[in-house]
Write a protein that binds this ligand. Structure first.
Ligand code: PLP
Length: 419
């Protein structure tokens, strides 16, 4: 349709860069989520909450690196921390003072993480949490949820992926306690872990209902399984993540993204008796190596951001801003009588081609993806950069003026397509 033709005409340089990348990278891509037709934009530069593409267009960055970019681009505190670390040598083949400091900051926020360890990504953190749960329980099965995303090799939308690690997964339905109860009745003594996102992130910012998440805590206790909260996305929803909002204490938690200050990062941790197995002095220790587990740039950036920028008040303000923005977006759709809407919590939201309640990925089946595409391409023309699949993740530099501009842009695009 015309929006795609406009897009092609506006972005010749991005198209050319993809063609160049195709010579060495399959599909010109090394990060599947970034691909979309006819070709993805190539960004040249970012500053605060703005990005500029290879063809020179400016955008409000409403995507915020899929939540990892919470601080915005080149935040002065993060920048200074990285520069200071860089100047002191980055591969020191040893412990440094930095990792304990970052661990302390994270533990202060997530008291359920009595002990924790670092990794290079959220994917790794989840793999390690599952390994820890299996080692601790001596069991093999893992309950996961249809539509969940825990990393490139732990993806369960549509039932799973051929790329997945070969764990003994059993699939339940999100926000459906009975589906979990049935699996627990059938597999109880074999279940090592229930792995759940407190809000489905990649699955469409679908909040886990408090009663559902509470029931998982109870069911895990009943069958002796570890409850693992994947807070890679949701850790930003309060000072102590979604678990603090709901007063649920998981056995293990995984996180990453912004907690490393925007550098490569993952963290998993939880109950002392589970995590102690990683103590290398133990004869039965679980070895968790990784050249970059304590890389000084992530340790420095992560610690600087948490200790100097991201106070409880700042986290709360960011999420309040997001709540308000989502309501304003949804009011725009309602005013124009368009059956679309954003779901989410706080600073995280996803666009859907339905205004109806969305409790699980099944509620999105049959909705019209083309309507989302129209908005996506239309918003780019209005100078708004978000994920093609509809994700918005606010970063700290997004202020009142940007929120007004985002709402105005959505209103303009919806009005144009209604006309
Ligand atoms: N878990 C959740 C809930 C995520 O949203 C993501 C990434 O988007 C991951 C895990 C994987 O993290 P990473 O991309 O750092 O491997």
């Amino acid at each position: 349709f015309r929006a795609v033709e406009n897009y092609r005409a506006r972005n010749p340089r991005s198209a050319a860069l993809l063609a160049e990348a195709e010579q060495s990278l399959p599909g010109g891509n090394t990060r599947s989520v970034l691909f979309h037709g006819p070709f993805p934009l190539s960004m040249a530069r970012g500053e605060g909450c703005r990005v500029w593409d290879a063809d020179g267009h400016a955008y409000i960055d409403a995507l915020g690196e899929f939540t990892a970019g919470l601080y915005g681009h080149s935040h002065p505190v993060i920048l200074a921390a990285i520069q200071e670390a860089l100047a002191g040598g980055i591969n020191l083949s040893s412990h440094t003072a930095r990792e304990a400091r970052l661990a302390q900051e994270i533990r202060r926020r997530f008291p359920s993480m009595e002990l924790l360890r670092f990794a290079n990504s959220g994917t790794e953190a989840n793999l390690l949490a599952l390994a820890a749960a299996k080692a601790h329980t001596g069991r093999s099965k893992v309950i996961v949820f249809d539509g969940a995303y825990h990393g490139g090799v732990l993806t369960f939308a549509g039932g799973g992926s051929p790329m997945n690690v070969p764990h003994a997964f059993v699939l339940a339905r999100y926000n459906d306690v009975d589906s979990v109860r049935t699996l627990v009745a059938e597999h109880g003594p074999d279940i090592a872990a229930i792995l759940v996102e407190p809000m489905l992130g990649a699955g469409g910012c679908i909040p886990g209902e408090p009663g559902f998440l509470q029931a998982l805590r109870t069911l895990a206790d009943e069958c002796g399984a570890m409850l693992v909260f994947d807070e890679v996305m949701t850790s930003r929803l309060s000072f102590g993540g979604r678990q603090a909002l709901l007063s649920i204490r998981p056995d293990l938690t995984t996180a990453g993204k912004y907690l490393g200050g925007g550098m490569s990062f993952g963290v998993f941790g939880g109950r002392r008796d589970v995590m102690e197995r990683f103590d290398p002095r133990r004869p039965d220790a679980l070895a968790h190596a990784g050249t970059f587990n304590n890389n000084v740039l992530s340790m420095a950036a992560g610690h600087a951001g948490l200790s100097q920028v991201l106070t409880a008040e700042v986290v709360q303000a960011l999420n309040a801003r997001g709540e308000q923005l989502r309501e304003r977006f949804n009011a725009v759709f309602a005013q124009h009588g368009v059956d679309m809407g954003f779901t989410g919590i706080g600073s995280l939201m996803t666009l859907h081609a339905t205004a109806g309640p969305v409790r699980s990925p099944a509620d999105l089946q049959g909705t019209d993806g083309r309507a989302k595409d129209l908005l996506f391409f239309g918003l780019l023309e209005e100078g708004v950069f978000m994920a093609r699949r509809g994700l918005i993740a606010l970063s700290l530099p997004v202020g009142d003026a940007e929120c007004d501009a985002l709402v105005a842009a959505l209103d303009a695009v919806v009005a144009r397509h209604r006309a």
